[in-house]
Design a protein around this ligand. Structure first.
Ligand code: ADP
Length: 265
């Protein structure tokens, strides 16, 4: 698969952006920015979908534990979002890249006029060589943050929505695990990595298990939902490990990494 000079949406989860203390993983964020800047320099258009705002904000506000109350989550999201953007701006800036912040709610995409404006904004930014960085607008939209489904999705589904909206060639979901296995590797030592999936059906969902890790929240289920949404609308989706952002070089060189869900059309 040659995916050179394509439009690529890259989604990073909380487990890639924060360390075991729940603070910003500066080394990994810096590496991610360097690799994405480089992949962009190779002629690919990049859109980054990034979460992690609540965890980072909670730490910065010195909250004793991860916030449970809605208003505290929204406050932490506001603090963490600006911290994340500050870091991205700085790290991408080292490599002469300009970033832009786009915060979205579900209704921005279901409302035709807003959707059109949004598409035009993305197109203009990409045309100008800017790297858009997208997150859910958690401080405004309580439906997003409070509904189990949205809160647990940790931006997996949002990344597919963005990929479809921007007609991306590829959606890369960076996780805390090498890809999609035939059973949860956390509990089964004999789990095997699945390299390629052409059809997402009920059996695929059965392999995905429940919600995910300590710091991440989506688990595999929401990644499969994202892959299903993207592939049925023409965007191939790859799930791989975000602890080594250099894997993106392998991806643009068409090497086999992680799990590839092939596009339907
Ligand atoms: P992230 O924060 O990167 O989005 P999550 O923690 O939300 O990651 O989801 C990844 C987790 O999903 C893995 O660490 C793994 O324990 C769990 N998981 C459940 N079923 C599977 C499966 N079939 N293959 C891979 N991982 C699985």
């Amino acid at each position: 698969m040659s995916i050179k000079k394509r439009r690529i949406v890259v989604k990073v989860g909380t487990s890639t952006l924060t360390n075991s203390e729940g603070r910003s993983d500066l080394r990994n964020m810096e590496k991610l920015a360097r690799v994405l800047a480089d992949v962009n320099n190779l002629g690919n258009e990049i859109i980054l979908v990034s979460s992690g705002a609540i965890a980072v904000g909670a730490h910065k506000m010195r909250l004793p534990e991860s916030p449970k109350e809605l208003r505290m989550k929204q406050a932490a999201a506001a603090v963490g979002q600006s911290e994340n953007m500050f870091l991205y701006d700085k790290f991408f800036g080292y490599y002469d890249k300009t970033v832009a912040q786009i915060l979205l709610n579900g209704e921005d995409i279901t409302h035709e006029e807003k959707k059109e404006n949004l598409t035009n904004t993305f197109e203009t930014l990409l045309e100008q060589g800017v790297i858009p960085i997208v997150n859910e607008n958690d401080s405004v939209s309580y439906t997003e943050i409070e509904s189990e489904e949205k809160l647990f999705s940790d931006n997996d589904v949002l990344s597919a929505v963005v990929a479809v909206l921007c007609k991306a060639d590829l959606l890369v979901i960076l996780s805390d695990i090498d890809g999609f296995y035939d059973k949860d590797p956390r509990f089964h030592k004999d789990a095997n990595l699945l390299n390629r999936i052409e059809e997402i059906n009920e059996d695929t969902y059965k392999l995905a298990g429940g919600a995910g890790s300590r710091r991440g929240t989506g688990g595999m289920k929401t990644k499969i939902q994202a892959a299903e949404m993207a592939t049925t609308q023409g965007t191939s989706t790859l799930i791989t490990n975000g602890k080594r952002p250099e894997v993106l070089y392998d991806i643009v060189e068409g090497k086999k990494v992680g799990t590839l869900f092939t596009a339907k059309k």
